[in-house]
Design a protein around this ligand. Structure first.
Ligand code: ZN
Ligand code: ZN
Length: 371
């Protein structure tokens, strides 16, 4: 970790006319300075003014945690506040002194708590607050080689969990029981935390974000398993496979599943520098539309991934951002038949200098598991 990312953020903010960045605990803060702070009511923030040195405002009781984190080695000035101090006034006073005037435009993180954003606004009444997203996303969207390797490690870890699915996903067990075993395996296979566990069996598979329920898996069920976690470095995994348990899926399912598989393949194959995010979505959608299943593909094709599971670039109609080498995102078309079942195939892919690299390897066929 170096101070380089903080300086790069200041430079992009300058280009966009943002006088001051205020980033609270979350992935933006961790990305820029390596401090994986926990969000709470006490204000912790990295402030990056256009002039003068960037600084951290932290509760005094947590100053040792900053020092112990990678941020401690960056030489960032640390302004510690005591329990009865007003941290917003400290932030406003320091930033205004460095800028020589109250800032005009202040960029705050998209996931900054409202009580913090409103506190900043009260302390800087002459400033207009806006989202810092256009500044930090421009940096975070394009991953370094080291970040891609972290995502590859996360991808291989979640692939190992999917490869073991037959140990847990069986007829007669509830989604919740299966999910508990998957959660343990996500941690055992190289993650420090579980982000989400979706086990959508039978009709529940038609609800893309269904998580877990008490429903018992029945013979012949299609089961959508979409799982992901966080590795020690903060990078995320996210991979979906669809299984058929204790029976065969039938000819009608095989027919539309083949369409889905071709859509996922076509969208992945379309990834290359210069292609737009929306063209990847269109590549998946065209296959499903042409086969007559378009009304059942009810979500965008994918999302960027890094220190957050969902981040820019979003692979959706209307996003004409051109892909550049280093962008990492999911390709995850699905077909959902309300009341019956659903299927989704999801890989994380990376745009490379001449095409695409896929970070998940498991079979994309409908995986048949014995009951
Ligand atoms: Zn997913
Ligand atoms: Zn996803």
């Amino acid at each position: 970790m170096t101070i380089e990312r903080v300086h790069a953020a200041r430079e992009v903010a300058g280009e966009l006319g943002v006088d001051l960045l205020v980033l609270t605990p979350g992935s933006d803060l961790r990305y820029l300075c390596g401090y994986n702070a926990h969000a709470m009511e006490r204000l912790t923030t990295l402030a990056v003014p256009q002039r003068g040195e960037p600084f951290l405002v932290v509760p005094r009781l947590e100053a040792p945690m900053v020092d112990a984190s990678p941020a401690g080695a960056l030489g960032l000035e640390l302004l510690a506040w005591d329990e009865t101090d007003d941290p917003f006034a400290l932030l406003a006073r320091t930033a205004t002194a460095r800028l020589g005037a109250e800032p005009t435009r202040v960029g705050v993180g998209a996931r900054t708590w409202a009580e913090h954003a409103l506190g900043v606004q009260r302390a800087l009444p002459g400033s207009a607050l806006e989202l810092a997203g256009p500044v930090v996303d421009r940096l975070r969207m394009v991953k370094s080689a080291a970040e891609i390797e972290e995502l590859a490690i996360a991808g291989a870890a979640i692939d190992r969990v999917h490869a073991r699915m037959g140990e847990w996903l069986r007829v007669g067990r509830t989604e919740a029981e299966v999910g508990a075993d998957i959660d343990a395996a996500i941690r055992a296979e190289g993650h420090v935390g579980v982000d989400f566990t979706i086990v959508g069996s039978g009709p529940n598979g038609a609800s893309p974000h269904h998580e877990l329920s008490g429903r018992t898996v029945e013979a012949g069920d299609l089961v959508v398993v979409d799982i992901g976690g966080e590795t020690a470095t903060g990078y995320r995994s996210d991979c979906t496979r669809t299984y058929v348990v204790g029976g065969s899926a039938g000819a009608d399912v095989a027919e539309w599943y083949a369409v889905l598989k071709e859509a996922q393949r076509a969208a992945t194959a379309a990834v290359r520098p210069g292609a737009t995010a929306e063209s990847i979505d269109a590549a998946a959608r065209a296959v499903i539309d042409q086969a007559g299943w378009g009304e059942h593909f009810i979500h965008r094709t994918g999302h960027g991934i890094g220190l957050d599971t969902h981040e820019a670039p979003y692979i959706v109609a209307g996003n004409d951002v051109p892909l550049v080498p280093g962008m990492a995102f999911s390709v995850e078309p699905g077909i959902y038949l309300a009341g019956r079942c659903g299927a989704r195939i999801e890989d994380i892919v990376v745009c490379t200098d001449d095409g695409v690299r896929t970070l998940n390897d498991g079979p994309r066929e409908l995986v048949e598991l014995p009951g």
